[in-house]
Design a protein around this ligand. Structure first.
Ligand code: NAD
Ligand code: MG
Length: 300
């Protein structure tokens, strides 16, 4: 995607990236970026840093693939050292990200593990602080999404697992990270258009995104006295392994992005610049905010 991924050349955004129809491409959750067709653009060949996060220490969950990978690449090129969390099954994707961070001349600290476990979340923060030498930025990107058509088939186990991964982990990680964060520190959560316009087949997932939005607004008001800002990004459809690995039916994967006014899914590379601005001092008067990146299905 070298010719289309240039974020500095003015161009029509509609044909900038592929749109439907896509091939069916079932994967087992959590899925791998390396198995997707077409390959997602995480900014590998395009993201240019300007020193906006020079010397910062960042922990990013879900950093192996998708939006988290794009954020990790961008943060490293902006001068940050990065601790990356992901699931052990995603080691091959994560290795590619570690190599890109190191190519940018920054430190990469891979910390695989399951964030649906509270004690692991506490360890993850402690190890990040220790190995990075501090923690200035926490980016909660990891998420679980499993499509189920009817509430009758939605199990308590799935409902709970989705909440543990998307909501409880964010709570545990914020709670553990805040005591380490200096004034000027930032937290960025990942909510969704689903927080505002829930799809009928994503009942549990959309509910977690509603919770993430409310948590972001509330925590922002609580910690601003300490000079820490908390914001969220709300993506619309984005071309990542989350979707073909059970997040949508294969029929929906084939048409993915068609419901956005831009008639295509976004690429992870189109999300990363927003996380950069929210992490950096450039957004110093922005807190408790949700930034939509939706291809036109705007937030309310
Ligand atoms: P992705 O599959 O690339 O990333 C999700 C990551 O979550 C995985 O890579 C995995 O490392 C991590 N994860 C899942 N369960 C975990 C667990 N128990 N422990 C540790 N890590 C776990 O997909 P993505 O689309 O980049 O997803 C990133 C975020 O963006 C998610 O919060 C998702 O809800 C949100 N989002 C995605 C879309 C979209 O269309 N892709 C739209 C709106 C919001
Ligand atoms: Mg992944």
């Amino acid at each position: 995607m070298d010719s289309t991924s240039n974020q500095f050349r003015m161009q029509n955004p509609l044909p900038q990236y592929p749109g439907p129809e896509f091939d069916r491409q079932p994967q087992k959750a959590p899925g791998l970026a390396s198995e997707m067709s077409p390959k997602p653009d995480h900014g590998e060949t395009s993201y240019r840093g300007f020193g906006r996060l020079e010397g910062r220490h960042a922990l990013i969950t879900g950093a192996d693939s998708g939006i988290g990978r794009a954020v990790a690449i961008a943060f490293a090129r902006e001068g940050a050292d990065v601790a990356l969390n992901y699931l052990p099954q995603e080691e091959s994707d994560a290795r590619e990200v570690v190599a890109l961070i190191e190519e940018a001349g920054r430190k990469a600290v891979p910390l695989p593990g399951d964030i649906s476990d509270e004690s692991f979340c506490q360890q993850l923060v402690a190890l990040s602080v220790d190995r990075l030498g501090g923690l200035d930025i926490l980016v909660n990107v990891a998420g679980k999404q499993v499509s189920v058509d009817s509430i009758a088939d939605l199990s308590t186990e799935q409902f709970e697992a989705t909440f543990r991964t998307n909501v409880f982990a964010m709570f545990w990680l914020c709670k553990a990270a805040l005591p380490h964060m200096p004034p000027g520190g930032t937290i960025i959560n990942t909510t969704s258009i689903q927080s505002y316009q829930p799809s009928p087949h994503l009942l549990d997932y959309a509910s977690t995104k509603g919770a993430i939005t409310a948590f972001t607004h509330g925590l922002a008001k609580q910690v601003i006295d300490r000079g820490i800002r908390v914001n969220a990004v709300a993506p619309g459809p984005v071309w990542t392994p989350l979707q073909p690995s059970g997040g949508q039916s294969q029929e929906k994967v084939q048409q993915f992005g068609s419901e956005a006014p831009m008639k295509r899914p976004g690429q992870p590379a189109e999300l990363a610049p927003i996380y950069v601005v929210l992490a950096s001092q450039e957004s110093s008067f922005v807190t408790g905010e949700v930034y939509g990146v939706t291809g036109g299905n705007h937030l309310p």
